[in-house]
Design a protein around this ligand. Structure first.
Ligand code: CAA
Length: 386
């Protein structure tokens, strides 16, 4: 299918595809088995400039947008959904600075993030604040020219490997979502430490762990936006990062599909390839159609955001929910096509199914996405029938 990519987007896609095939592919199984972070691959991404594609030129980036980020994330995820998070998780942690940072904060933090010298992490989720992100318990109490942070964030992608942490904490617990504020916390700040490292089902090459603040002193100049704006900073960030998860899901689905189609044409039973049976052909046809539909929705959403559209929450949630559900369905069907071999770790296909599952869970469960979509539909309908 023609996706009407620009020349520069085609170059970025080809570059990411080449790195994924030549550099990532040989080490996927090792990092998945050992659950180790791929620093060697991060170096390749740095050298290729993959951390800079979505950052405007004025901040030293390549000048692309969400579409460029989506292209890179999809290409890397075709080969490894976990390794793609070194880039996509850093983008998630960087968005609050791009969206709400002042000139000084952008000048201090963006150059190293653009170059991939620093990775970033976004710290919103807590043990009691998953889907209910407004229920954060981490406190930030102002003392003179500092905020003192106390609390625990968990399930944080890139935690312990990142240098820059964008953190949402409560500065006024009585005001709920309107009492949250966002901060930049640098690795090495006294009082910042990392706790439990998660042993995950999938995306095992990505680091996920607790981020603990114990009387952690953060200078006032590291606050992003005004006090009380933190929840909105988080929501605006997620509106822009969810298409990235959707792209990760499309990549996982495409990777699984490619392996299944190849297997179906080679594997023989009853004296002919299993792909020559209509039952398998119908499965492949549905899988291919679903992947194309998901990709079309992700690209349309990315282009809409890049065009400067203001209302993007509904579409961002739609592409995340559709692509995440597609990745789960297509990767499960891919395992089915492999039959018994698909269930064995000797074959690469079961990893796609394990990796797919997270795309229905993180950056807002697919149930939360449906809530977001439903609320917008009702609001739009109410304004039409007024
Ligand atoms: N943009 C701007 N503002 C927004 C917004 C958006 N998209 N969505 C909500 N807001 C504003 C509202 O207008 C409201 O503002 P006012 O106080 O001025 O009225 C305020 O935020 C509160 O909004 P709601 O009343 O809708 O808040 P809520 O408590 O009902 O929660 C929710 C809404 C959509 C369920 C939200 O809690 C949510 O998105 N939950 C999921 C959290 C999530 O995605 N977590 C993922 C963490 S990151 C992660 O997984 C990353 C990783 O490691 C890879």
């Amino acid at each position: 299918m023609d996706y009407f990519l620009t020349e520069s987007q085609t170059e970025i896609r080809d570059l990411a595809r080449r790195i994924a095939n030549e550099k990532v592919k040989p080490v996927v199984a090792k990092h998945d088995r050992e659950s180790s972070f791929p620093w060697d691959i991060v170096e390749e991404f740095r050298n290729a400039g993959l951390f800079s594609v979505y950052i405007p030129e004025e901040f030293g980036g390549l000048g692309g947008g969400i579409m460029e980020l989506v292209i890179v994330t999809e290409e890397l995820s075709r080969i490894c959904g976990g390794i793609s998070l070194a880039v996509a998780g850093t983008a998630l942690g960087t968005f609050p600075i791009l969206l709400s940072g002042n000139d000084d904060q952008r000048a201090r933090f963006l150059p190293d993030l653009v170059a991939g010298k620093s990775l970033a992490a976004f710290c919103l989720t807590e043990p009691a604040a998953g889907s209910d992100a407004g229920n954060i318990q981490t406190k930030a109490v102002r003392k003179g020219d500092k905020y003192i942070l106390n609390g625990t964030k968990h399930f944080i992608t890139n935690a312990s490997v990142a240098k820059v942490y964008t953190v949402v904490a409560s500065t006024n617990p009585d005001r709920g979502t309107r009492g949250a504020s966002a901060f930049i916390v640098e690795d090495g700040t006294p009082g910042l430490r990392f706790g439990k490292v998660e042993d995950k089902m999938g995306i095992r090459a990505s680091k996920t762990c607790e981020v603990i603040f114990e009387d952690c002193e953060v200078p006032v100049e590291n606050r992003l936006g005004r006090e009380g704006e933190g929840f909105k900073v988080a929501m605006r960030t997620l509106d822009r990062s969810r298409p990235g998860v959707a792209a990760q899901a499309v990549g996982i689905a495409q990777g699984a599909f490619d392996l299944a189609a190849e297997y179906a044409s080679k594997r023989e039973q009853f004296g002919k390839s299993i792909g020559s049976f209509q039952g398998v052909q119908f499965m492949l046809a549905d899988m291919a159609t679903q992947v194309e539909a998901a990709r079309a929705l992700v690209y349309a959403t990315a282009r809409m955001i890049d065009s400067g559209a203001k209302k993007i929450a509904k579409e961002s949630a739609m592409c995340k929910v559709y692509a995440g559900d597609t990745a789960m369905k297509v990767s499960t069907d891919a395992v089915q096509i492999f039959g018994g071999y698909g269930y064995m770790r000797d074959y690469p296909i079961e990893k796609f199914m394990r990796d797919a599952k997270i795309t229905q869970i993180y950056e807002g469960t697919n149930q939360i996405q449906r809530t977001v979509i439903g609320r917008h539909i009702l609001k739009e309908t109410a304004s039409k029938i007024k």
